[in-house]
Design a binder for this molecule. Sequence first.
Ligand code: NAD
Ligand code: WQD
Length: 337
Amino acid sequence: MGILLTGGAGYIASHTAVALASAGHRVVCLDNLLNSRAEMVERVGDITGQAIPLILADIRDTDALQQAIRDHGITAVIHFAGLKAVGESVAWPIAYYDNNVRGTLSLVEAMAVCNVKTLVFSSSATVYGLPLYLPLDESHPTSATNPYGRTKLMVEEMLADIAHADPDWRIAVLRYFNPVGAHPSGLIGEDPHGTPNNLMPYISRVASGRLQELSVYGDDYETADGTGVRDYIHVTDLAQGHVAGLRAIGTGDRPFAIWNLGTGRGHSVLEVIAAFERVNGVSVPYRIVARRPGDVAACYASVDKARSELGFEASLGLQEMVGSAWRFERMLRASNT
Ligand code: NAD
Ligand code: WQD
């Protein structure tokens, strides 16, 4: 299959490109490099031994998308491109609706014109809003607490309508929990522009001395040690989840399906810090500060549906997550000095 990855130079897409190429797919990346570097796609080529084309384009440019689909014989699209910072979305909602909602509309228009109707969409556990029960299964009610989450929900609903109107579509919505870690080679990983919002890249930068100390947002939650609990999933496991999701939606008879991608178990912030220090032999200075507005105490997935319908199960634990995150950080520092 010829598979187009929108946002293909980004963190999750680059790991998925490795998994798809290793599974025998032909991969083409498209990105406007707003939050990534072209070099990451070259490194995917180094890892897989296959040169991966990178098209420099914006998903809101429908003509460019049509041309990419036609020129490269694309048969399916995995749609990663988008903006993803919750705080930023509160400050700049127009940019978020424009990029995430209008961008997706532009993509499905281009796909429809080219009669390519297999799509996998990067959604998020954020669509579950405040958990009413745990673990979160795919039937848990959805809601949004910020514009970023609302863009994900809007897109999910738009895609469900499209699949309902034309059952030739095959659309898989993958709801990621907390992707972390890096490829074992240390060549690709998460390197956000600016100060990281997410826990693991922040820890990596503190450990390497690029940032001074980690603020732990609250130790008075109703969790075992009082700090927030999340379902961290290794990005190479997550990448395999895309291979499984694409296979299941492409070969099945349902036009639309939703799957959680997580591990089914939670770790607290203090557990992640302790594992990072122990596994990597480094110190991560931190200070407990007030809760971050909008955070929930605990969030983790029910993985039953992905296990039974995709045959997907995450295999890597916290040790591999923190170890690979640190390996990538060190390689990054070494290549920048
Ligand atoms: P990322 O920022 O590393 O990757 C997104 C890529 O999309 C970047 O390379 C960026 O340059 C590109 N992009 C953005 N707008 C574009 C546009 N208009 N046209 C073309 N390219 C554009 O982020 P990521 O963590 O790899 O996330 C990928 C997807 O997964 C996003 O849709 C995100 O919302 C979703 N997601 C991420 C997480 C997470 O914690 N990382 C969790 C759940 C869902
Ligand atoms: C994890 C834990 C924080 C940073 C976010 C988005 C979600 C999804 C994944 C895209 C929490 C704590 C964090 C820090 C800390 N993204 N923390 N100090 O908030 O679960 O989810 O990313 O879809 O939509 O909301 O992830 O990595 O920011 O936080 O103490 O400097 O680490 O309070 O308990 P989160 P995170």
